[in-house]
Ligand binder design. Structure first.
Ligand code: SF4
Ligand code: SF4
Length: 88
């Protein structure tokens, strides 16, 4: 597993955007409603890459993303690191 997410299911409104956007099909809508009457998103498997697309698209900002330390940096962040080194 390269990444994992934690969903605050009590604040989720079950819009399903995270389900649609996840490239690894890691998220489904729960059959059980939360205290506000919404059917929240829930994580289903361990294929999460930590890409954070679900967290970015979530209108209620209820998804936290974690990445393993050994994950290969995405191109943008890698360049940023090199840039930082050059300036140092
Ligand atoms: S971080 Fe990426 S792979 Fe993981 S659940 Fe979210 S969208 Fe899917
Ligand atoms: S995008 Fe956010 S509010 Fe919508 S279902 Fe996913 S976690 Fe819930």
């Amino acid at each position: 597993m390269a990444g994992k997410i934690v969903i605050d299911t009590e604040r989720c409104k079950g819009c399903g955007l995270c389900v649609v956007v996840c490239p690894k099909n890691c998220i489904v809508i729960s059959r059980h409603s939360n205290k506000n009457g919404y059917f929240p998103a829930q994580v289903t498997n361990a294929d999460c890459t930590g890409c954070a697309m679900c967290a970015i698209i979530c209108p209620d900002v209820v998804i936290e993303v974690y990445r393993d330390e050994n994950i290969v940096p995405i191109e943008g962040s890698s360049k940023k690191t090199e840039l930082t080194k050059e300036r140092a």
